[in-house]
Design a protein around this ligand. Structure first.
Ligand code: MBD
Ligand code: FE
Length: 284
């Protein structure tokens, strides 16, 4: 359970909202045509109106919706809400034709420009870090099977208590975040800890919806990744662990069978587990 000094939904939400606003400014997305906006906004509004008729929505329900939508904004939870309940479809639609390694949603907690480490790299951890040490490694090749030079793995994940650095107070700035450079053969190796299953913040608007609907707030344990190399299409991905009870009912609907990391006891005498995942990137 969350205590006050572990932060609140508003804190995490506000940071995620600010971070997203900054990244939009940096990438200056193009404007959609009038036709496209009219099509998408029009159909979305029509779908909502159809629901009102179909389910005979009352004024009490309408006002509850209105209050809740306002609270999503004041809690800063639009990134959370959208990434949990919509991004998976956007990711699916936009990756259908991309060959190579399968991707997954980014979620609300990516931070660019994490500290650069050479292979083998160790992510920042506290001295008394809880959990099972995990050695994560693999190779980069392209879709022709050739090794890729200058590939990098950006990695971020929660600690054993389910908190992401820079979104919860009191954590080292770059805890469990790093950019690990593969070597000239395309091999990378990262020392970290196996993350725990993760509950999205329950004390904000999204948590209120989950409680009101009788849903659960869990995502399976997961590692976020963004892999890239010059001349290749980057892949944003997550890896999961076989046997996690929430692989089948991820609240963010973002688990795919291709995204399993299956760590085994280390064979090189080191403590903990090692897990291998190999990346295949497509040329730009
Ligand atoms: C997360 O850590 C996450 O990965 C997603 C998709 C949503 C909320 C928190
Ligand atoms: Fe996550």
């Amino acid at each position: 359970t969350r205590t006050e000094d572990e932060g609140t939904a508003v804190e995490a939400g506000t940071k995620a909202t600010e971070r997203f606003a900054q990244s939009v400014k940096r990438s200056a997305p193009g404007t959609a045509s009038k036709e496209r906006v009219s099509l998408l906004a029009g159909e979305m509004i029509k779908a909502a109106n159809d629901l009102v008729h179909k389910h005979q929505v009352t004024y009490d329900e309408y006002n509850a919706l209105k209050a809740w939508l306002i609270k999503v904004g004041t809690d800063g939870e639009w990134p959370l809400f959208l990434d949990v309940w919509l991004e998976h479809s956007v990711e699916e639609v936009n990756s259908v034709d991309r060959p190579g390694t399968v991707g997954a949603i980014e979620g609300p907690f990516y931070v660019p420009n994490s500290p650069v480490l050479q292979t083998p790299g160790t992510l920042e951890m506290r001295e008394d870090e809880q959990g099972t040490p995990l050695q994560f490694k693999g190779h980069f090749t392209n879709t022709d099977g050739e090794p890729i030079r200058n590939a990098q793995v950006e990695i971020w994940h929660a600690d054993a208590a389910g908190f992401y650095s820079q979104y919860a107070p009191g954590l080292p700035e770059w805890l469990f975040r790093g950019t690990v450079m593969a070597d000239e053969t395309g091999y990378f190796e990262i020392a970290t800890m196996r993350p725990a299953p993760y509950q999205i913040p329950t004390d904000g608007a999204c948590g209120e919806l989950i409680a009101a609907a009788g849903w659960h707030a869990w995502r399976p344990a997961h590692i976020h990744l963004r892999v890239s190399a010059p001349g290749y299409q980057p892949v944003i991905q997550q890896l999961y662990f076989p046997g996690d009870p929430h692989n089948e009912d991820d609240i963010a609907s973002a688990v795919k069978p291709e995204l399993m990391l299956d760590p085994q006891p280390r064979t090189d005498g080191g403590v903990g587990e090692e897990g291998v995942y190999n990346y295949v990137l497509a040329k730009e």
